[in-house]
Design a protein. Structure first.
Lengths: 320, 340
């Protein structure tokens, strides 16, 4: 068994729109080792969700390969994909909206088992009850209720149960705690960590909150306008960012300590350029304080640094 | 200046709903001196926005402010004034910024006109002078090409730029007090930092008084003189930012601080979560509203409302707790349970 569970290469996702072709993801390559959590960070619209949805094959990407445990999902036909789906599941930001309001909780969680044609009705019910218990809900109370009768945090527990009922290898979490209050956020992050241990999960975790990422991730990929800027182990990336955009993101995090004064952000204020006509060369150059002519003319390729991380910048902040 | 610019005394705001009376704000008192900044922090539903709207006089008709509530602003008792007199004072005197700029911006009116409308209304500024002033203000809040933007519509701007326009509108009448209700919650962190810097600069340059509402303790820590923490409709702890963070007394404030993931902590560290969730405001707990979730509650907590107490070292630091944390003995609480 290979150590790499998910191998994504040259992923491209484009959306044709009336205004032109939206280049949402433009050639992204990354691997997920078994049992690790890779976080995807970047500002709104940079392509985090599109990358995650491409792995889910919702919709199928424009090009590239996505190999999960030896099977290429992009090349897989409909039937094969249905069979493979149990290996990868996803939970979303808005827990209440992501659950069908007309279905009872027991049906919501049981559905993947039913579709997979597994177990008889009684065994399925037992499995659902056990899982509800595991995610911290009282099955006796929850089974027959409907999603709107639960809070956001409880709905996220239900979504987690639905995603785990088929015991997937890969769990993709798209901003799973962004809609929740801090006190509830901590409950859900702890639950995800428990589930990761219990089910040997590998996780792709999307968040715009870098403190949350610091807590959950082994490695971090920083994304800007459809491309990766930097990928590396969380400690190194947080302690000494190599890409100017990573540094800007880190300097903008508000720290809950009044003795730490906010730092100026080392990034030119302005709008994210349009993904329909992204800047030539480095896509970050219109906001990068270190940009040179070379950044306009030449796309920076991903290069490895001695500490094992990879950075796409002509003038990285730490030596190569 | 000795007199506070804004003083709330026992302010409550209740809503009549089919299920009963929602005590969204319940007995809030605080005062704010001119030129100071107050960070109002709380989780969603704790009453921050209702409190802001109560000060602004922007409540729906089915809201009720019970007898005994008083809001004094710049020497006027706002709650005793009729609608028109109140608007004449708070209209130009208090500016407000909302979480989603699209809710406060008019989608079919040019940006420039929205900036000078208040000036025309309150001060009779001419169209031409208003437009000039609008361009100046757009420049001041960091809108590129202000002479072009002034004739554009809100949908032509990004979220961050819209919030800058909303700030320009709020500043146009030179308000004495600015209330910013989660002005950056919908924005990216890099955009958030820029907006917060802008607010802070304007506050300083104008000597303005500011209430910055947020659910993020990180946002207030670096940028406000004072902090008030709200829970279930009431202020549970308030003080200077330094004292509140360094000598946290109330157990909910501490639990909230403990549950935030920190950049300086190792990965995969278990977070201190607060079990359960905030109470129903139709039928809140009789004693301390945090009692059902509190790991430190004692015999009083369930039945008696905790009195407002002053910190021994800094009497301006006040809190409502029967069994407060001893900041000199407890470095950080490993307090609350993990159960839902
Ligand atoms: N179905 C679609 N049609 C056209 N454009 C799309 C579509 N889905 C996404 N996009 C565009 O692709 C880009 C990436 O979007 P995506 O939702 O992946 O961003 P994100 O990083 O997840 O942002 P957020 O943090 O706001 O969730 C954006 O410019 C977005 O507008
Ligand atoms: N217009 C309204 N009618 C009825 N209840 C309301 C109204 N606005 C707010 N509430 C209730 O008042 C409480 C406080 O809400 P709010 O001030 O918006 O919280 P916050 O801003 O702290 O998130 C909540 O329980 C909310 O549901
Ligand atoms: S390649 Fe150039 S523009 Fe891009 S991040 Fe590096 S220095 Fe900045
Ligand atoms: S009053 Fe009691 S229940 Fe409330 S926070 Fe203090 S110790 Fe906890
Ligand atoms: Mg997204
Ligand atoms: Mg609010």
């Amino acid at each position: 068994m290979s150590d790499i569970l998910l191998d994504v290469r040259d992923l491209v996702v484009e959306f044709p729109t009336r205004k032109g072709l939206v280049q949402a993801v433009s050639g992204v390559t990354f691997q997920l080792n078994r049992g690790e959590t890779l976080a995807l960070v970047g500002e709104s619209g940079c392509g985090k969700s599109t990358t995650a949805r491409a792995v889910m094959q919702l919709p199928r990407p424009t090009s590239g390969s996505i190999v999960l445990d030896g099977d290429d999902l992009v090349a897989a036909g409909k039937r094969d994909l249905r069979r493979l789906r149990r290996k990868f599941q996803m939970i979303f930001q808005n827990p209440i909206a992501s659950l069908n309001p007309r279905k009872r909780i027991s049906d919501v969680i049981e559905k993947p088992l039913k579709i997979a044609g597994e177990l008889d009705a009684a065994k399925r019910r037992t499995a659902v009850m056990e899982l509800l218990e595991t995610v911290g809900l009282d099955p006796a109370v929850a089974m027959d209720k409907r999603p709107h009768e639960f809070s956001g945090g409880q709905c996220q527990r239900i979504s987690i149960a639905r995603a785990l009922i088929l015991e997937p290898d890969l769990l993709i979490c798209d901003e799973p705690v962004s809609a929740l209050d801090v006190s509830i956020q901590a409950q859900i992050l702890n639950l995800l960590e428990d589930m990761k241990q219990r089910y040997d999960l590998t996780m792709l975790f999307i968040s715009h909150d870098l403190a949350v990422v610091r807590n959950v991730a082994d490695r971090v990929a920083v994304m800007y306008l459809g491309r990766f800027c930097e990928v590396g182990r969380s400690e190194e990336l947080f302690d000494s960012p190599a890409h100017p955009y990573t540094r800007a993101l880190l300097s903008a995090i508000p720290v809950p300590d009044p003795t730490v004064k906010p730092k100026p952000i080392e990034m030119i204020q302005g709008d994210l350029p349009s993904p329909i006509s992204p800047p030539s060369g480095c896509r970050f150059r219109t906001r990068c304080p270190l940009a040179t002519d070379r950044c306009t003319s030449e796309v920076p390729e991903m290069r490895g640094l001695p500490d094992g991380r990879a950075v796409a910048c002509h003038h990285p902040l730490i030596g190569t | 200046m000795a007199d506070p610019l804004l003083e709330l005394t026992n302010v409550s705001t209740h809503f009549h709903s089919p299920a009963g009376r929602v005590r969204a704000v319940d007995g809030v008192s605080f005062s704010l001196k001119a030129g100071q900044t107050l960070g109002l922090v709380g989780e969603s539903g704790s009453g921050k926005s209702v409190l802001a709207r109560t000060i602004m006089g922007l409540l729906p008709s089915y809201a009720e402010i019970p007898e005994g509530s008083a809001i004094s602003f710049d020497g006027h008792n706002l709650l005793t004034l009729d609608r028109k007199a109140r608007r004449a004072i708070s209209g130009p005197g208090i500016g407000m910024i909302f979480q989603d700029p699209m809710t406060s911006l008019n989608p079919v009116m040019k940006i420039g006109q929205q900036v000078y409308e208040g000036m025309r209304h309150h001060f009779g500024t001419s169209k031409r002078a208003g437009r000039e002033r609008a361009i100046e203000l757009l420049t001041e809040v960091g809108i590129p090409q202000p002479d072009v933007r002034v004739d554009q519509f809100p949908h032509q701007l990004s979220g961050g730029m819209r919030q800058r326009v909303a700030i320009a509108i709020a500043l146009a009448c030179e308000p004495k007090l600015l209330i910013a209700d989660e002005p950056t919650t919908a924005l990216d962190v890099t955009v958030q930092a820029g907006i917060l810097d802008l607010l802070q600069r304007e506050q300083r340059d104008r000597g303005m008084t500011m209430i910055l509402i947020t659910h993020d303790l990180g946002v207030v820590a670096g940028r406000c003189d004072n902090v008030a923490v709200m829970y279930a409709g009431g202020i549970v702890e308030t003080g200077t930012t330094l004292s509140l963070f360094a000598r946290t007394r109330m157990r909910y404030t501490q639990a909230l601080l403990d549950s935030i993931p920190r950049l300086d902590r190792p990965p995969h560290e278990r977070l201190q979560s607060i079990g359960g969730r905030p109470p129903n405001l139709i039928d809140p707990p009789a004693g301390c509203r945090f009692a059902p979730r509190c790991a430190h509650r004692n015999a009083h907590c369930d039945t008696d409302i905790p009195p407002i107490t002053a910190d021994e070292q800094d009497p301006s630091h006040r809190f409502a707790c029967w069994n407060p944390r001893d900041p000199d003995a407890e470095a950080s609480d490993k307090a609350t349970g993990d159960a839902a």
